[in-house]
Design a protein around this ligand. Structure first.
Ligand SMILES: O=C(O)CCC(=O)C(=O)O
Length: 278
């Protein structure tokens, strides 16, 4: 057991856990920062450019999550314009090794169970001066193709995350209300039955864990300091995946991310995988 009884109870009661232990040593942190910079700025090209998203004001007119329509040439991409890198583990060994680090996965195992897959990761760059808000959401509701909607995420700070530069803000206990359909978001958030939001400042190299149904957001970053955060989204290997015939572009791209490794399966992190499941 890596978590104390108090930490487990805190996660069960509030749906998140600030974890004050370093999960990335200083050297690892530096390597991950450097690799993310090399990918974002096109110095290396093993991550397809459709998994590199710019902040909206630097995109032409594409409003979607992936900017596959108006992807600028790598040499036109500026570091401080990049909003998000996704699917890094599928293409990059350093990110794969990070997603498999025992310091992280031991905790995930306690919170999610022994059979663990990685759905994806999102490296939210929250660039200095340009970083925009990520609005209130529940991760599992954003991944409706997985049943049951059970996920635990680990959010690793690559820079000190503060209130000023857009750290995570969570609504304690909000996971207990279950999945809330997107059209009810504002009504839900206005309800006086939900607790006050709490900012969670995290030091570089440390992390927080959150339940897939926990409501959270991050603020804008207008400071001169970057606030990069690597969100690793884990699901149970027992999860059912519901691809549909009219699969939208976004989902198709998620699935295609696995192609370099052969037949499509989500990445096994620990334990077993099961026929017909993710
Ligand atoms: O890092 C961010 O700005 C947002 C992260 C997030 O929403 C998540 O980890 O689910």
């Amino acid at each position: 057991m890596v978590l104390t009884a108090e930490q487990r109870k805190f996660f069960e009661d509030y749906g998140y856990l600030k974890y004050d232990k370093k999960v990335l040593a200083d050297q690892e942190l530096e390597a991950v920062r450097q690799r993310s910079k090399d990918i974002a700025t096109g110095k290396v090209s093993h991550v397809p450019s459709r998994f590199i998203q710019l902040e909206a004001k630097f995109r032409e007119e594409d409003d979607s999550m992936m900017n596959f329509k108006h992807q600028p040439a790598p040499e036109e991409r500026e570091f401080d314009q990049v909003r998000k890198l996704t699917h890094l583990s599928q293409f990059d060994e350093l990110f794969e090794a990070t997603a498999k680090k025992p310091e992280i996965v031991d905790v995930i195992e306690e919170l999610l169970g022994p059979n663990i897959k990685l759905y994806t990761e999102q490296l939210m760059m929250k660039p200095r001066f340009n970083g925009t808000v990520t609005n209130w959401h529940q991760d599992s509701v954003s991944f409706p193709w997985f049943l049951p909607q059970v996920a635990v995420s680990c959010w690793v700070a690559l820079d000190d995350a503060t209130v000023e530069n857009g750290c995570m803000t969570v609504i304690p206990g909000s996971h207990k209300w279950g999945p809330v359909a997107k059209e009810y978001r504002d009504t839900f958030l206005d309800s006086d039955m939900i607790r006050e939001p709490v900012p969670v400042e995290v030091k570089a190299g440390e992390c927080m864990f959150h339940h897939g149904l926990n409501w959270h957001r991050t603020g804008a970053n207008n400071t001169p300091h970057r606030r990069r955060g690597l969100a690793l989204h884990y699901i149970k290997s027992e999860t059912m995946y519901l691809p549909n015939d009219d699969e939208d572009e976004e989902t198709r791209l998620y699935r295609e991310a696995e192609k370099p490794k052969g037949e499509f399966r989500f990445m096994l992190i620990r334990g077993k995988e099961f026929d017909g499941r993710v």
